[in-house]
Design a protein around this ligand. Structure first.
Ligand SMILES: [Zn+2]
Ligand SMILES: [Zn+2]
Length: 139
């Protein structure tokens, strides 16, 4: 048995990994010897486990897609099942902010600006949505 830590992550044998699409996520099975065995990787390229983008499940998804694997479902416009890996405003790394998460908006996040870029980005989404509706495009 192998417990997954940052240093052990590199030794996981990728050929044992099985990837399948589960809605907006990739469900990754890293094989029986690895604990935790099951991982969920978001379309932002980060695993929902504590290793985040350092998780070997992320590499498993990358090779799965490189080999022509099926892509996860695209969420509706403006909905984030997982936070974006980088802030859409300043492009710095984001961190999850549960207090900003909602059923309609998805997972909330903060960046080095705090909450201000999050709300700036939500305002951009609302403006784009109004424009699309005005042009008769359902979103
Ligand atoms: Zn993981
Ligand atoms: Zn930002």
């Amino acid at each position: 048995m192998q417990t997954l830590t940052r240093s052990a992550a590199m030794t996981v044998r990728q050929q044992l990994a099985a990837v399948r699409v589960a809605g907006y996520f990739y469900a990754v099975d890293l094989g029986d010897p690895v604990r935790p065995q099951h991982h969920r990787v978001g379309i932002n390229g980060e695993c929902t486990c504590s290793l985040g983008r350092a998780c070997p499940a992320v590499d498993a998804v990358r090779s799965y897609l490189a080999e022509g694997g099926q892509r996860a479902e695209r969420p509706p416009f403006g909905y984030y099942p997982v936070r974006p890996a980088r802030c859409p405003v300043c492009h710095a790394n984001t961190a999850t902010a549960e207090s900003l998460s909602s059923r309609n908006r998805g997972e909330g996040w903060i960046c080095p600006s705090g909450k201000s870029h999050y709300w700036q980005h939500r305002a951009t989404i609302s403006a784009m949505r109004r424009k699309l509706v005005a042009h008769g495009k359902a979103v």
